[in-house]
Ligand binder design. Structure first.
Ligand code: FPP
Length: 630
């Protein structure tokens, strides 16, 4: 075994050049060596194509990839093992996840696959909590799945695959070969993974059907009447043949994404391109199988694979010879990297927010009177710093502490949506040092992930294109891994501008109209709202601005149309959760009309009526002077 890592690394192990990379490593703990060997063997036996792809990366990276692959599959196998009833399979998956959670801080496991996974996580500093929802999904899949449409199918597939692929990307990052995706290729990347999933489902159709699973959306089955019933009876009919042809065509389209690897390091680019070629060969085999597809998984001929892999090996060897890789020393395991256990389907196991330092409790407000959505313009950081003779970035740092505090208060009072104006499209005009400091601060907060163990779903609202790609990656990561949380939705507006949002929405509508999906004369407010970048964000009930200014500064113009405004003189870093509670209490005393007569409305409640409550007083203003929006 040339690619089993040692239990500890020497400085010579850490700087790996192509010359040293293939050398056998010695001195590893025998149990760990055996664990990695098992992962490697399982990969080779269960998925030769995956194994061949991993062979395209330098030997020092392979054990981590074998461990990740073997762990994902071991968990899937537990969930799929039809010799046991569904409830028992779910319990086994849960026990596996719980054991991993327990073992991670110790750095070892009696189960060889988890032993390799835990070692990989420690060595490469992988945050396995990113797998929380993907693992919970395997458990919940034991109850069976039904997808009404492609959107549901996609969400399911992406929730499962993206976190695992994300960890593989992190291994490359840590080795010094970042697999940064350009913003314009993110959708292509996610669609590529849809293609991976669909190819997998088509290949394993016979096995899934034997187990009573049909993992395709009803939307596509309905397009081929009778196909679902024929598949269930494992009958190859014209409807099934047409369905398979449509699906292989779709998957082929999804995995053929040349732009995806443009600009990427040639090492990972070769792996991804080869993966796409192998997937297409697999789809050809599915097409060629005909009725045999319903009896056993088709495989491409060996010579077809060899034709793809031989040149790929040469390209990969050349590509990796350009970059010396860094293998990090084994990290001491610590509880902060524990994967949070998978959340049970109905009850959360999240930590409670820490209490207010002075022991203050939130006011009791009946749920019907609570605003659903509070948006905040966090103004006054710069002045706060200046008042103390500090550089402005110290004000932002203090502001980030207030953000934590206010989020804790939002959770305590039971708020559903909190949206923060963090960095506006106009903030690029500030001194580049200050801009860098704010972006660094965001990077730090997202990395430290202070809300990771709370029931907080994080979302990003803003423009793609100008932010550093690693920050965007972090934002997407946090969005992805918190997507299923139902407590507080915390939306960070970063490189956000209200007019930019509206302009992009208008462009989206124009595209839809040009494509014939919308009739321009019939476009209604609802259509507009649905085409906003965050089409499901609720209207803002309460807009709170600190720092003494009384402006809305290009913040959420669509959503604040009926918002109650609350301006406070204090600077943002001086605020704490009690100020949020105070703002909410004041809101509950407001009369909201939404254009109706006062008698027809209750205090601070209800959804906006269709009519406006007066002529618009908005005027185009010259570039304003302060605040995140300015
Ligand atoms: C406005 O104050 C504030 C900003 C431009 C940045 C807001 C950013 C933070 C509060 C930190 C972000 C942290 C997280 C984690 C969301 P200003 O600089 O305009 O203050 P001034 O009006 O006193 O100059």
């Amino acid at each position: 075994m040339s690619d089993v890592p040692p239990a500890t690394t020497t400085p010579a192990d850490r700087q790996v050049t192509p010359e040293t990379a293939g050398r056998p490593v010695t001195g590893a703990d025998p149990a760990l060596r055996a664990a990695y060997r098992l992962c490697r063997r399982r990969t080779k036996d269960q998925d030769p194509a995956e194994y061949a792809l991993i062979q395209l990366v330098p030997p020092t990276l392979r054990p981590a990839l074998h461990a990740l692959w073997a762990a994902a599959n071991a968990l899937d196998d537990l969930g799929d093992d039809r010799t046991a009833p569904a409830a028992e399979r779910a319990a086994r998956v849960e026990a596996w996840i719980t054991a991993l959670h327990r073992e991670l801080p110790t750095g070892s496991s009696p189960d060889p696959i988890r032993h390799a996974l835990v070692d990989t996580a420690c060595r490469w500093r992988l945050d396995l909590s990113e797998l929380r929802d993907a693992m919970a999904q395997v458990r919940d899949d034991t109850r069976g799945r039904h997808f009404a449409d492609w959107a549901q199918w996609r969400a399911w597939g992406r929730d499962n695959l993206l976190p695992w692929f994300g960890l593989v990307r992190t291994v490359f990052d840590r080795a010094g070969v970042p697999v940064a995706l350009r913003l314009d290729t993110r959708e292509a990347y996610e669609e590529f993974l849809d293609g991976v999933r669909l190819t997998d489902i088509l290949t394993d159709l016979s096995a899934d059907l034997a187990q009573g699973d049909l993992l395709l959306p009803a939307e596509v089955l309905d397009r081929h009447p009778g196909s679902a019933a024929d598949l269930t009876r494992r009958r190859w009919s014209p409807a099934v043949a047409a369905l398979v042809t449509q699906l292989t065509g779709l998957a082929r389209q999804w995995v053929t994404r040349e732009a995806l690897t443009r600009g990427m390091h040639p090492g990972p680019a070769t792996v991804l391109d080869t993966m796409a070629a192998l997937l297409r060969a697999q789809l050809d085999a599915v097409d060629a199988a005909g009725p045999a597809l319903l009896r056993s998984p088709p495989r491409p001929a060996l010579r077809v694979r060899a034709r793809i892999l031989a040149p790929a090996r040469t390209r990969a060897a050349l590509a990796w010879s350009l970059t010396p890789l860094t293998v990090p020393p084994r990290h001491r395991p610590g509880p902060h990297r524990s994967p949070a256990p998978a959340r049970p389907a109905s009850t959360g196991r999240f930590r409670q927010p820490p209490p207010h330092p002075g022991g203050e409790q939130p006011p009791r407000i009946p749920p019907g009177l609570l605003p659903a959505h509070v948006a905040v313009i966090m103004d006054g950081n710069g002045r706060w710093a200046q008042q103390r003779g500090l550089p402005r970035h110290e004000g932002h740092r203090a502001g980030a502490v207030t953000v934590r505090e206010v989020v804790h208060g939002a959770l305590e009072i039971g708020l559903r949506h909190l949206t923060l104006y963090t960095f506006s499209t106009e903030n690029w005009r500030r001194d580049p040092e200050e801009v860098d400091a704010i972006l660094d601060l965001l990077r730090g907060e997202l990395t430290e992930n202070p809300f990771g163990e709370l029931d907080v779903r994080l979302r990003w609202h803003g423009r793609a294109g100008r932010l550093p790609p690693d920050l965007v990656d972090l934002l997407h990561l946090r969005e992805r891994t918190t997507r299923a949380r139902t407590g507080l939705t915390l939306t960070m507006c970063i490189d956000y501008g209200g007019r930019d949002e509206l302009t992009r929405t208008a462009a989206a509508l124009a595209h839809r109209a040009r494509a014939g999906h919308l009739e321009p004369d019939l476009i209604a407010e609802d259509d507009f709202a649905r085409h906003l970048p965050l089409g499901d964000m609720p209207d803002v009930d309460l807009l709170w601005r600190t720092g003494g200014e009384q402006r809305v500064s290009n913040f959420l113009p669509w959503h604040t149309a009926y918002a109650e405004l609350h301006f406070t003189p204090g600077l943002w870093p001086d605020a704490d959760r009690r100020d949020l509670w105070q703002a909410i209490t004041a809101y509950t005393h407001r009369q909201r009309h939404h254009g109706a007569t006062p008698a027809a409305t209750a205090p601070a409640s209800g959804t906006p009526a269709a009519s406006a409550d007066g002529p618009s007083t908005a005027r185009r203003s010259a570039a304003p002077a302060a605040g995140p929006g300015e």
